[in-house]
Design a protein around this ligand. Structure first.
Ligand SMILES: CC(C)(COP(=O)(O)OP(=O)(O)OC[C@H]1O[C@@H](n2cnc3c(N)ncnc32)[C@H](O)[C@@H]1OP(=O)(O)O)[C@@H](O)C(=O)NCCC(=O)NCCS
Length: 157
């Protein structure tokens, strides 16, 4: 497994893995399968283009045949100026516990570090023990509760 980022011509594959993640783990995300299914083609095209240009980045975990087995999006955090935020983190069930989640998180953190963000934020459902364990292992610390989620942060200072 290796990590690379989504390129501008890969909007269809981006849509496919995101929809798969929402269908597979509906309780893990704020968005729903139905909502993202209804998004227009240009929404995915914009996401793929931004990933290639680097204003935000969607990283994917790929196998030797370039099958996409995991994803994570990192971008500037509009709710916390100077920080980045990670969303849409997901690893396919058949690929879990093999380090893909850890590698995706590190790629996101490196992206943020290279762009001089002060920290990387993310939200995780309180009930999501697997994700919480993965974030703990990657050095993300509890900041505050927000509804049924915890806000976590990894400082880059
Ligand atoms: C959370 C998720 C992305 C983790 O991906 P992964 O590729 O399985 O994680 P890794 O193999 O890199 O695990 C890294 C570390 O996290 C911890 N961890 C991961 N999954 C765990 C689990 N189910 N139970 C306990 N610890 C776990 C462990 O410390 C692990 O290290 P180890 O395997 O050496 O013990 C994956 O479980 C997933 O996609 N879940 C459904 C979607 C989701 O919850 N997304 C997050 C939304 S906030």
């Amino acid at each position: 497994m290796r990590i690379r980022h989504v390129l501008a011509h890969e909007a269809d594959r981006l849509r496919e893995i995101r929809l798969r993640s929402l269908a597979s783990d509906p309780d893990a995300f704020g968005a729903t399968y139905e909502r993202d299914l209804a998004l227009p083609a240009d929404w995915w095209e914009r996401g793929a283009r931004r990933s290639e240009q680097g204003a935000q980045r969607t990283f994917v975990a790929v196998d030797d045949d370039d099958a996409w087995l995991g994803m994570a999006l990192v971008r500037p955090d509009e709710e916390s100026l100077g920080d980045a935020v990670i969303n849409a983190m997901w690893v396919a069930p058949e690929a879990r516990r093999q380090g893909a989640g850890r590698a995706l998180l590190e790629a996101c953190v490196e992206w943020a570090r290279a762009r001089h963000f002060r920290g990387v934020n993310l939200n995780v459902r309180i009930a999501n023990a697997a994700a919480r364990a993965a974030y703990d292992a990657a050095g993300f610390a509890f900041v505050r509760a927000k509804g049924d989620e915890h806000v976590l942060k990894r400082s880059l200072l």
